[in-house]
Each structure stands twice: as structure tokens, then as C-alpha cells.
Design a protein around this ligand. Structure first.
Ligand code: SAH
Length: 240
């Protein structure tokens, strides 16, 4: 799911940070690293800090400018710790993950991170659709570069897996149809009448409350079968 995502590092000064970023990416199954004009790369320090994620470093691509690094991307998000006088639409890592995963699969997406000492420049943020800010201590808001990449990739990883799991669950047991729900409500009302629970003058408001409860839970067809089984049992039991 995250295969079309590119982490773009702009003019990184410390090769150790590039290694730290590679490690953070691989932990979260992100593999495409793009480097804009790094000060020192390749480097033994980067490889050491990558600590087993050297395949990410080996496939890293170098670009002379940010424009070239993001040329093929359809969604570009720039990460910055600083508040700006010019305002860009601001999103959190969680919102960024949602936005990325709402795009059609394989959409090339760039997440851009700035220099250790001065971050991203305004003309670089001009190339971005969104400014991503990691919420943190307002008096100490600048994370280490690799830590910032870690937080963003983590949110993407978690959101992607939740989406996958939800899709798998929905496939296993689809939500009940409106018609199935209607039959259930009729069955429920009939059962409550059979067991003497219903007061005729309160039926309508009670049914409305019960609909609200069941609608809130988004029942799937298997869950509905279970509830109807209980209703049938109650009806049979009542006839004895
Ligand atoms: N001193 C720099 C911050 C450099 S940290 C500045 O003033 O901007 C290196 C990079 O990590 C930043 O450019 C940004 O891309 C990312 N980063 C660090 N902290 C962040 C935060 N709180 N929110 C979003 N990105 C952050």
C-alpha cells in the first residue's frame, strides 16, 4: 500500500540522519528514498546508522533540486516544525496518512523533509499541497529528522493496515442490507409483542430508539442472523 510513497530529504547535512531515516522507513515498510543535494552521501556513517536498512540507502536516488525530485508526484506534502507567516493548509501526520491513503493505489506521493538547521524554505513549501506539522511541545517543536520521518511513516503504516483489515472484514461478512434490517425490526417488534413487553402507545418511540441503537452498530449479516436466532428462540419459548 505504501509502495508509491517517496520520502524526500532536502539538503541533509548529517549522513547519520540519512541512515536513521532509512531505518525508520524500513521499519514501516516504506522503501523509496530521494535525496536532494545531500552534503555527504554515500557514507559509512549513513550505512552504520541504517543498521540493516542499507537496501533503502542502496536504492536511494539523488536529485539536484526539489523540483526534479518531486516532478512525477501527484501529491506533495512538506513537513515543517515552524509556524509560518504565510499560511499553507496545515495537516497532522494522521490527517496526512488519511489523505495519502484516499488516493488511488499507486498514486506517486512525496513527503518532503527539510534541512536539520533551517528546515524547508518558503519557496520549497510553495511546491507542496499541504504543510504537515507534528503536534508537540510548542516550546521545543523541532524533532530530529529521522524521528520526524518515523512519526509520519508510523501513521501511514497504522492507517494502511487498519484499512486493509477493515476491507478484509467487510469482505468476510458484508453489512446487512436495508431490507434485512427492516425484517429484523419487524421480527423484533413482533417478538416484544409476543412476550408482552410492548405497550401499544409506546411502540413507535421504543422502535425508534431501538433502531437508533442497532443502526449505530452497523450490523453485518452474520450478526443479524445471530440476533434473529435469539428472537426465534424467545418466541418459541414463549409458546410453550
Ligand atoms: N530547525 C529546523 C527544523 C529542522 S528538523 C527548522 O527550524 O525548521 C528537520 C526536518 O524535520 C524539518 O525540516 C521537518 O521536515 C522535520 N520536522 C522536525 N520537527 C517537525 C515537526 N514538529 N513537524 C513537522 N516536521 C518536523
Amino acid at each position: 500500500m505504501l509502495s508509491s510513497l517517496k520520502i524526500v530529504l532536502v539538503e541533509t547535512s548529517h549522513p547519520g540522519n540519512i541512515g536513521g531515516v532509512a531505518r525508520a522507513m524500513k521499519n514501516m515498510q516504506v522503501s523509496q528514498l530521494r535525496l536532494v543535494n545531500p552534503k555527504v552521501f554515500p557514507s559509512a556513517e549513513a550505512t552504520a546508522r541504517a543498521s540493516g536498512a542499507d537496501d533503502v540507502l542502496a536504492h536511494a536516488q539523488n536529485y539536484p533540486t526539489l523540483q526534479e525530485a518531486i516532478a512525477d508526484c501527484q501529491l506533495v506534502i512538506g513537513a515543517s516544525a515552524r509556524s509560518r507567516t504565510v499560511s499553507w493548509p496545515e495537516i497532522s501526520p494522521r490527517q496526512a496518512a488519511q489523505t495519502c491513503l484516499e488516493q488511488p493505489a499507486q498514486t506517486p506521493i512525496a513527503l518532503v523533509f527539510g534541512r536539520e538547521n533551517s528546515g524547508l524554505k518558503n519557496h520549497e513549501l510553495d511546491l507542496c499541497h499541504y504543510l504537515l506539522k507534528i503536534p508537540c511541545n510548542p516550546d521545543y517543536s523541532s524533532l530530529n529528522l529521522a524521528a520526524a520521518v518515523q512519526v509520519v511513516c508510523y501513521e501511514l503504516f497504522v492507517t494502511a493496515h487498519e484499512k486493509q483489515q477493515n476491507a478484509a472484514l467487510k469482505e468476510q461478512s458484508p453489512l446487512a442490507t436495508a431490507q434485512q434490517m427492516e425484517s429484523f425490526y419487524q421480527h423484533l417488534q413482533q417478538t416484544m409483542a409476543d412476550i408482552g413487553f410492548l405497550q401499544p402507545e409506546k411502540t413507535q418511540s421504543l422502535m425508534r430508539k431501538l433502531r437508533k441503537i442497532y443502526n449505530r452498530t452497523l450490523l453485518d449479516s452474520k450478526e443479524l442472523d445471530l440476533l434473529r436466532g435469539i428472537l426465534r428462540f424467545a418466541q418459541n419459548h414463549n409458546q410453550k
